[in-house]
Design a protein around this ligand. Sequence first.
Ligand code: SF4
Length: 289
Amino acid sequence: MITSKQIIEDVAQAVVTASSHWREDQVACWRAAAERETQPSAKWAMENFLRNAEAADEHHSALCDDTGTPHPFLEIGDEAVVPAGFLQAMEEGIRVGMNRVPTRPMGVKGDDLQRIDQCLGMYDEPGMLRPAPTQIRRISGSQIRFTILMLGGGPEIRSKTQPIFHMHSVDHVVDEMIKWAIPQVAALGCQPCTLSFGLGRTACEASSLSLEAMKDGRYDVQNEMERKITDAVNAAGIGPIGLGGKTSVLATFIKIGNMRASGFRVVSMRPNCCMEIRRGTCQWDAAQE
Ligand code: SF4
């Protein structure tokens, strides 16, 4: 039986991991890109980002001053029994983890309207930046898997969710995705990016799928469509922090959902910044006892 105490501690540790560590496949992709780079200022920038990541890894400290908004993702096995109070313990674990890093205090005080204009200011406690609504997916088995994604503010300004008329052509849709990505990656400032895309039937579904792509995406596993988009945006020569060079995008993560009979596909794109994907996971066996 998983206890609330265990859930809180495991989730808190996943938040620390997401905020301060890049994964192995991510570091390997960065190193390969830095080695490939021939433009001196772009190479210098990438080597410094790698040094920054090593320091954060060593000290379990934040990768960036904008520590991001927590987005929780749960995968629940068909045979798992979710304990009473699970979501409450999960949210508490997120709060504890953010205080432990510590992340930047960004939680806005007040009621609905007061939070919009920030008239009451912010909480001092980092963990008062409450998580986004939890995404849930079904998996086989008896595991409950938790993933946290820490999403920075810059990419939100450059994100886009809109329909694309498919014209019965995957190539046309991909070309449109590339056309979307190039100006947004160029405008972001914190390149190189990891592009995430969700393709679905509604704006809500496509955004959720884009988040799922971030959860599952691996830098060392790229399909043809993902590689095509990465290569096309890199050909624009934007480069790390806009300095020019070979790498504006490290990888592309795409999740394609169910489709309906219609002339359009809703596409949600997020140009995740150079500090992202910030992702941490943990899991529990929740078989019936
Ligand atoms: S966009 Fe990313 S790298 Fe830039 S400040 Fe925000 S979190 Fe940090």
